[in-house]
Design a protein around this ligand. Structure first.
Ligand SMILES: Cc1ncc(COP(=O)(O)O)c(C=O)c1O
Length: 374
């Protein structure tokens, strides 16, 4: 292929995405909380799209911790953790994460995505079977695909299908992986049942708790069969990812996970901000923020278990129209379409935060009723 043919190929691919109506581009949102201005149009909007579930991106103690770390260690860490990128604050964060997740140990990654890429490459080998829920996040899908393991996808939350895969796996080692809160549906995994089935079949359980701002709660006793993956970029309000679990596994990740080894350590400022944030999450202020978030969920969908509320629209055009109609009313709620979700299940994805006011959420509820979408 000549370079000219390469450009022509890229043009054809681009045209195809445009023709399918699925072309996307980032839009600049000038905001420091849910309320802000869309730079391009100048429109003032309330966003219901951020995963800043507890509003901690804006907490003064979190911001101050980042400032202090910037002054002490500078902007970047300059190297991978295993070379000279580790600062005392990285260890401080890993200790805080282990304590928060009630695990023996925790290891920090640059993002939650990188954590999932690292886990499966490090823990699975040829002759391992990974059983993965069909609605697991893209980073889990990619992590399992990058590993040399066999991957079996079980229908969403179908534990009898999972049990069958495990029972029929022969001599292969097995890993079961599930989101605890599913990112596009906001429903929750049956964590206790997953634990029981993994226990019964001696399978290692990997739980991704990226969206578990309100649970499900993983019971406090330490359990050698659970590897907990998390992100620092949603409820924690900063950026980063981690894996918490028994030290024998986290030590192995440090030595084998390529997305830990071959990348620059997270910046000291982000790391220190996450330490401050986790302190708040575990304090009585954290309880109040969760109660605030719960109150906001009750306004929109009483009893719903998570801050992610899907508003089903069906077709892509209906989801896009609904999103545009809300934007006209000053509310930013993204339309989620294939390939992110299955065809025919396009939706609005509402993400609520403790930083939304009651009025913000009531306005959204009323607008959805008006649009016939409640
Ligand atoms: C379930 C799940 N896991 C992992 C990630 C990735 O986390 P991060 O944004 O920190 O890379 C996401 C992010 O959307 C997610 O929804």
């Amino acid at each position: 292929m000549t370079l000219r043919e390469w450009s022509e190929w890229a043009q054809r691919e681009t045209d195809a995405i445009h023709e399918s109506g699925r072309w996307r581009a980032p839009r600049s949102f000038d905001a420091s909380g849910p309320q802000g201005t869309l730079t391009e149009s100048g429109a003032s909007v309330i966003s219901f799209a951020s995963n800043d579930y507890l509003g901690l991106t804006q907490h003064p103690d979190v911001i101050n911790a980042a400032h202090t770390a910037l002054d002490r260690w500078g902007a970047g860490s300059g190297s991978a953790r295993l070379i000279v990128g580790s600062r005392p604050v990285h260890e401080e964060l890993e200790e805080a994460l282990a304590q928060w997740r009630n695990a023996e140990s925790a290891v920090l990654f640059p993002t939650g995505f990188a954590a999932n890429l690292g886990v499966f490459g490090a823990l699975a080998s040829k002759g391992t079977l990974i059983c993965s829920d069909e609605l697991n996040h893209a980073s889990i899908i990619d992590g399992t695909r990058l590993s040399p393991a066999d991957v079996s996808i079980f229908p969403h939350k179908d534990l009898s299908a999972l049990g069958k895969f495990l029972a029929e796996r022969g001599e292969r080692r097995a890993i079961v992986v599930s989101d605890t809160v599913f990112s596009m549906d906001g429903d929750i995994a049956d964590v206790d049942d997953l634990r029981a089935i993994c226990h019964e079949h001696s399978a290692l359980l990997v739980l991704d708790e990226a969206h578990a701002a309100l649970g499900p709660h993983i019971s406090p006793e330490r359990d050698d069969e659970i590897i907990r993956v998390g992100t620092l970029s949603k409820a924690v309000g900063v950026v980063g990812g981690f894996v918490a679990g028994p030290r024998i596994f986290t030590d192995l990740l440090i030595n084998r996970a390529r997305s830990y080894i071959f990348t620059t350590a997270p910046s000291p400022a982000d790391t220190a901000a996450a330490v401050a944030s986790i302190g708040i999450i575990q304090s009585s202020e954290g309880d109040e923020l969760r109660a605030e978030l719960r109150r906001n969920i009750e306004i929109l969908r009483p009893g719903h278990p998570s801050p992610i509320i899907p508003i089903m629209c069906g077709t892509e055009s209906r989801a896009l129209e609904a999103s545009a109609a809300l934007l006209k009313r000053g509310m930013l709620v993204p339309a989620i379409r294939p390939p992110t979700v299955a065809p025919g299940t396009s939706r609005l994805r509402v993400a609520l935060s403790a930083s939304h006011t009651t009025k913000h959420v009531e306005s959204l509820r009323d607008a959805l009723i008006e649009l016939g979408l409640s």
